[in-house]
Design a protein around this ligand. Sequence first.
Ligand code: SAM
Length: 328
Amino acid sequence: MRHVPVLLQEVLEALNLEAGKNIIDCTLGDAGHAEKILELTSPDGKLLGIDADAEAILRTKQFLYKFDERVVFARDNFENLRNIVKENKFDNVDGILMDYGWSSPQFEERGRGFSFLKTDEPLDMRYDTYLKCMHEAVSPPLTPDGRPIYGPCSAAELIDHKDVEGLSEMFRKYGEENLSKEIAEAIVEKRQAFPIETVGDLVDVILDVYRKKLKIPTESGQAEQRIPWVGGLHPATKVFQALRIAVNDELGVIERVLPQAIEVLKSGGRLAVITFHSIEDSIVKHYFKSQNNKTIKIITKKPVICSEEEREQNPRARSAKLRVIEKI
Ligand SMILES: C[S@@+](CC[C@H](N)C(=O)[O-])C[C@H]1O[C@@H](n2cnc3c(N)ncnc32)[C@H](O)[C@@H]1O
């Protein structure tokens, strides 16, 4: 299924698109936003499309082939924005879009372990398949505590290397998980018996912790299978979110890319950023505030959120927040 772009109309308006404008999409994904941007900048506006995921880049070519040489692809981490722009000689940048997080095909189809419902998948969660292939093809050099020294660790490696305190902090900080300490302790105990390598291995540990806490019998019978939903959420929701953020250093890359985005924009150019998590939004909001009336002008005093209609049609849009600035 193709990813449905969130806040599409709002993004297109925010970027002030017209013929001949040059736009960078830092999170190409399934090219939903990119395709519309290219239509509105016809006939000669260019788009630099960046994604860390090699499969995403390959897949978007089927949607964007019709724009031919107007599109430049870069499989890279957007935290390298300054260099990507330089290497591709992509000057005169009128607009930049960032739409953080995962795309639907990554979540549903690529076996990356992003979804706690896909219990057979390996616990990976990296956006970057190229690095994944590298890890599998050669044994990477390791740090003294056994971590590969290049590229991010997979979620399974993180789970395997962090101690109780490290795991607990990660679940609390990035997932606001109430049982972070109990889950961290259960993971460390479990991994002494066998490695936690699949989504199902981790989900079982989390479910056991919640069943114990909620005093759901685990000995035999039906109750053993029951999922103890917490406030409408699957008990693994927050731990999986925390792991994804940690594996991809999602907060760090946002902090590092924002100044570069402003640097590469031309005067009067627009930057539109969509976040899905309160910590991400807070990083963006504070950075924009710190630069307001110095290098930029804030266009959206409050974040733009989705309409009732979009909320109904696309559950993912419910937590989306769009902030827009213009370079002075
Ligand atoms: C929400 S999707 C973008 C969807 C896109 N706007 C569309 O309409 O189809 C986010 C994309 O950003 C990519 N991504 C996430 N973090 C990244 C990073 N640090 N560098 C480059 N790409 C990244 C993911 O691989 C994913 O494809």
